[in-house]
Design a protein around this ligand. Sequence first.
Ligand code: PLP
Length: 376
Amino acid sequence: MNLFNVYPRFDIPITAAKGVYVYDDKNQKYLDLYGGHGVISIGHNHPHYVKRLKQQMEKISFYSNSVVMPIQEELSGFLSQQCGYSDYSLFLCNSGAEANENALKLASFYTNKRKIVSFKNSFHGRTAAALNITDNLSLSAPINLNNFPVEFIELNNKVQLLNSLKNEDVAAVIIEGIQGVGGLDSPTNDFLKYVSSCCDQYDALLIVDEVQSGYCRSGKFFAHQHSGVKADIITVAKGMGNGFPVAGIIIHPKIEAKYGMLGTTFGGNYLACAASIAVLEIIENEALLDNVRLVSDYVKNELATIKSISKIKGEGLMLGIELEAPIKDLQKELLYNYKIFTGSANNPNVLRILPPLTITVEEIELFIKALKMILK
Ligand code: PLP
């Protein structure tokens, strides 16, 4: 049976990994500044993570949500300590798209409205509702079109925001903490505050999609916390399980749960919880937030000295390096000549950097040196 060929792939079979490095089948080492779409938060094969998962697997790997699972509460306890939303609740699911799907559903249940406000260049996933609020028509099949009304407005445009909310028919505004796939544009702190106050005024919920920008990647637990704003619903995935498929939505206490309102077979299984707890333990024990800030400052300062870089976007270790021209050849040169994995974005001129949060200045120096050699 052939694989259904939907992914353009680099012809490099990655067969092993450790820390910030991945290795191909010939044991060639690569510096991983992409973490498989920003998933690797605490580094590949961290010994504590591996141990936690092995220990859990020896006890029990799976049972469904038809029984109480204390490990889910252990996870929500750890998460609430670290993420600053201690009075909120957690619903566990399996992917970023599923998290957004459920967040939209909750907003619609709660407000009894159907319209959603989303942003130009946004990406929220590939399931039906998540696609409907993603600003990329080419990803939609005919059955995905016009599921429910969505207005796409420009990021940081207060006038458009107000116009879209003033009829009070909007269930939620959904915004990425930092746009990932789109090209690393961020809402300003001032704009996020405005969104939050408008949502309150016009009875809409504020959903922040932190699937890519969350879990300390931006230098705060959530990227939107740079603004001091509190969201009604936050969606998380990628870095949460360091590669184990797990996701969640963090829900304001005003939204009441009812049996059957949301559900999933695999969500919150024992292994997913063990992986997620290990990630949070490592984030805390290794002070990874401090590391993100330290390495980010170093990288930003070094990038600022390279003349052909026109803009440095993003926060922490979620960075976009914008050139005047497409980055495609640069990305290939970094990979094939310097053995460094990086990412791209919808904006063809942006190189996307999402290294493990454990990376050191010494490790990322290789990238800076390579960039300086290539871009001169
Ligand atoms: N939301 C954002 C901001 C993302 O970057 C992504 C994936 O890249 C998703 C949602 C979808 O996540 P998943 O691929 O786990 O469904």
